[in-house]
Design a protein around this ligand. Structure first.
Ligand code: MOS
Length: 694
């Protein structure tokens, strides 16, 4: 049974009653504002706080000289060791933190702090022949950095048709609508923080370790979160700074990061360079596939965008090489951004497949059908379910792909029209979770688990799962989430939240229902009846299958024949993601993901300033994301997919797959319209102008 439940907290959100991390006002609340470093590499040699401290309302300026000492665990994230050393690893790192009575005072104080540096030459330009490139042991997600099958070089040389192309994607920034914010308060050695986080348990444990207190003495509350896209997936510096400042001054402190500081402090998608080589017979059947990725990380932490990984999943090619190399530069530390790995990797692979289709004289949908693998190409494992072919066929039917392509690229007034397609994939991830179901004497039920709703509709999805498992109407089920004093649960990330929490909720409700049935009609005790579930053992089962969601996106664009401006006309995606648990919130996730892909293809542009060593576009005035007028038509569909090897609900994740593939479909459509292959995102008018008829 699929539900269409609306978000139970929807009214609170649209009326402003929902409280986000910055909406809490404990007595005596102070405000903090970071002072960013202005060199990209070197040491802090002087700090002058006198002018800042002279501002009425400024209480303190924390620097590495007087900030509380943090204990970073051996496997801890070095970006969280804030204000611990004079060393500068990148521009925009936190050099000092001003604490004041109002945000305005704190900001004025931050502008008045003077920092002196011994600057060193910095290295911030990524090239694919950088001498510092090395092969890491693993890419993000624990994937081996390098995989080879057969003899790629020989098979490639023997191929009838060869494609050898390089694709480049610059840095991309998460920019959730709610900037990273924390309100922190210490009382009797215990810390309470309201944090905009994708997962409070990680924040709780990290803060406990950093400040040397027991985890049970840290309460993290993330009741409502205004998006994250990966940038709130781990503990971020803002919450450490807020807790540090609150301890230092002995009053509650709020830190809401200014938007322009997000790119340097909260992670971003690292730039990637992709060399794609495809060798096929003249019928388009792949014999050889190489996807070699070059990316970078900061000097603080190795993070390797796993962009060659989807090439291990998508197409049958007996001879293959997929590899990652990384260089450590004086740049902000990259991290997760929506579908890390798959999003940039599938841009390159799916553009290359379009180029191969053209070289073979084949329809791009047909080319993909010819390369459908029987088992997962890299591992040889059977797929738990794979309906990419059905997604391609259903999307082509709904889009009238054959008709559009038969009509060819065409002109409509000032506009050149073309259409493109790409495939998408995202792994099925699931983590152990706990949840408790409570039956109350008034006939209602409460589900308790530390899930996080980052705007996705987690409460609606979990209410539906619980109501179905309990066999009661949804209006008798309440869901309590977003606090670390609830049963432990994993983060909202890796498109795994609903599967992970939902599995535990399903188990708890199933267990409770069984207990209630055994009791018969005896009245319930006043405190209710409880059943706690823990899926730690259960999630380990089923690893013999390769589990992924698949999809296909179809796009029509219009390119201004005079200016090269590209406008989206139509965007249609069809997905195979197991059972869709809540149609309303699932559609919203898939549509949102696809819009993010359009944004990546046409608008989002970040440049690393080689002189200053920083991202130049740091706010939403300079870093453009798609707005309503950029998206005239977007449709998300899915096919009914039954998969018994997932979880009791039969669901796959849907948070990230919408983005994957979309940018390639857009760029392939731009090629169809103009004849120009854009291999360097985003599509900019200057890349098209020379080829336009005017
Ligand atoms: Mo997603 S990038 O795993 O939050």
């Amino acid at each position: 049974m699929t539900s269409d439940l609306a978000r139970p907290e929807g009214l609170d959100k649209v009326t402003g009653a929902a409280r986000y991390a910055g909406d809490h006002h404990p007595d005596g609340l102070l405000h903090a504002w970071p002072v960013p470093t202005t060199v990209a590499r070197g040491d802090i040699t002087a700090v002058d706080t006198a002018a800042a401290l002279a501002i009425p309302g400024v209480l303190a300026v924390l620097t590495h000289r007087d900030a509380p000492v943090l204990t970073l665990p051996a496997d801890g994230d070095p970006t969280l060791a804030v204000l611990q050393s004079p060393r500068v690893a990148h521009r925009g790192e936190v050099a000092a933190l001003v604490v004041a009575e109002t945000p305005q005072d704190a900001r004025a104080g931050a502008e008045a702090v003077r920092i002196g540096y011994a600057a060193e030459p910095h290295d911030v330009v990524l090239t694919d022949d950088h001498p510092g490139l090395y092969t890491p042991e693993k890419a993000n997600g624990g994937h081996p950095a390098v995989r080879t099958h057969g003899d790629f070089d020989h098979a490639y040389q023997q191929a009838d048709v060869r494609i050898d192309r390089t694709y480049r994607i610059g840095p991309l920034h998460n920019h959730p609508m709610e900037p990273h914010t924390a309100t922190a308060q210490w009382a009797d050695g215990r810390l309470t923080v309201h944090d905009s986080s994708q997962g409070g348990n990680n924040v709780q444990e990290t803060l406990a370790a950093l400040f040397g207190v027991a985890p049970q003495d840290v309460l993290v509350i993330s009741e409502h979160v205004g998006g994250g896209f990966g940038s709130k997936g781990t503990t971020r510096p803002h919450v450490v700074l807020a807790a540090m400042a609150a301890r230092h001054v002995g009053r509650p402190v709020r830190l809401a990061l200014p938007r322009a500081q997000l790119p340097a402090l909260t992670g971003h998608r690292s730039p990637t360079v992709h060399r794609l080589r495809l060798g096929a017979d003249d019928g388009g059947r792949l014999a050889a596939l190489a996807h070699e990725v070059v990316t970078r990380s900061s000097t603080l932490r190795e993070f390797v965008e796993q962009a060659a990984v989807p090439a291990r999943v998508m197409y049958a090619a007996p001879h293959s090489r997929t590899s990652h190399r990384v260089v450590r530069q004086d740049v902000p530390t990259p991290s997760w951004m929506r579908a890390p790995g798959e999003t940039p990797g599938m841009f390159a692979l799916e553009c290359a497949m379009d180029e191969l289709a053209e070289a073979c004289g084949l329809d791009p949908v047909d080319l993909r059908l010819r390369n459908e693998p029987a088992v997962e190409p890299d591992s040889g494992r059977p797929f738990s379910s794979r309906h990419l072919v059905e997604c391609l066929r259903e999307g082509a039917r709904r889009f009238d792909w054959a008709g559009e392509r038969a009509r060819g690229p065409r002109r409509e007034g000032a506009w050149l029209l073309g259409c493109g397609v790409a495939a998408s994939t995202y792994p099925v991830l699931v983590s152990p979770s706990t949840a408790e179901a409570v039956a109350l004497p008034d006939g209602t039920f409460l589900v308790r688990t530390n899930a996080t709703d980052i705007g996705t509709g987690a409460r609606a999805a979990l209410t539906g799962i619980a109501a179905e498992a309990l066999g009661v109407p949804a209006d008798r089920v309440g869901v309590a989430i977003g606090r670390t004093d609830l049963p432990r649960a994993p983060l909202a990330g890796g498109s795994s939240g609903t599967a992970s929490w939902g599995w535990a909720v399903h188990e708890a409700c199933t267990g409770l229902r069984r207990t209630l049935a055994e009791r018969g009609t005896a009245p319930l005790p006043a405190e209710g009846l409880r059943h706690l579930a823990d899926t730690t053992g259960a999630v380990k089962a089923g690893r013999e299958y390769a589990r992924h969601a698949f999809g296909a996106q179809f796009v029509q664009v219009a390119v201004d024949a005079d200016t090269g401006e590209v406008r989206l006309r139509r965007l249609l995606g069809v997905f195979a993601a197991g059972r869709i648990l809540n149609e309303r919130t699932a559609r919203s996730q898939l549509v949102g993901g696809m819009i993010m892909g359009v944004s990546m293809a046409l608008l989002e542009h970040s440049t690393m300033d080689r002189e200053f060593g920083d991202h130049a576009e740091r706010d939403l005035a300079a870093y453009h994301v798609a707005a309503n007028a950029d998206i005239p038509s977007v449709e998300a569909h899915w096919i009914d997919e039954e998969d018994a090897h997932l979880n009791p609900m039969g669901s796959k994740g849907i948070g990230e797959i919408g983005t994957v593939g979309t940018a390639a479909a857009v760029v392939n459509a731009v090629h169809h319209a103009t004849g120009v292959r854009v291999r360097d995102l985003p599509v900019r008018p200057e890349l098209l102008l020379d080829a336009l008829p005017g």
